[in-house]
Design a protein around this ligand. Sequence first.
Ligand code: ADP
Ligand code: MG
Ligand code: MG
Length: 252
Amino acid sequence: MLLRIHNLQAGIEEKEILKGINLEIQPGEVHAIMGPNGSGKSTLASVLAGRQDYNVTGGSVTFNGKDLLELSPEARAAEGLFLSFQYPVEIPGLSTTNFIKTAVNEVRKYRGEEPLDAVAFLKMMKEKMALMEMDQAMLSRSLNEGFSGGEKKRNEIFQMAMLQPKLAILDETDSGLDIDAIRIVANGVNKLRSKDNAVLVITHYQRLLDYLVPDVIHVLYNGRIVKTGTKELALELEEKGYDFIKNEVNSL
Ligand code: ADP
Ligand code: MG
Ligand code: MG
């Protein structure tokens, strides 16, 4: 088991948001989390990444056999957890290359490995750039500054390619992902998939799941996973909307 979430409860300030999440992910799997706005999807991603501000009030998370909740965000990344950002930060003056180099070497440092030397780093950059069809010019620009939505996505997936995570958590925005950006994310992730890594993609878009086909789909509603199914569930949701799930839950 790569990730095991057991009865996870978490919130922010006094507000309880996650009310007992159970989820297990094996290496090689792609899981999707869907669900209405405000269900707690981004909160789950944030808690897994170890963002401050969130309080875990119950339950456990095991990642790679370790107690994830005990680890700092940096240590989580070093263990192989990657979280994409729903709203990527723009950092004027910091080149995308230097940002990625720092991220890669931070992870190496945590693992007790030497930083990559310039030649090895460049070789890896070139390999992954070709794989991700990245435009070299983007890498010398300031991080995310003036990037189009598609460029931000490409850059994010490129970071993922460079970090080679065991589990990538992709929290996609509720709006504004155009069809090109959807393809960039899906194609990139598909190229990075292997039997040893896994992906947890949070999305509203049935369309994204046409390209990035999940093994399992979960519906998060009001802080709980209320339904789990295969890719057909996404089609059912697309057709019926979330109301039928809400009705099912509320009639219990
Ligand atoms: P989703 O990603 O499914 O749309 P979120 O995890 O963003 O849901 O939010 C879940 C609930 O937590 C919502 O009711 C939201 O208003 C609340 N929430 C999220 N972030 C904060 C915050 N920083 N302070 C207070 N409430 C928050
Ligand atoms: Mg939201
Ligand atoms: Mg969200």
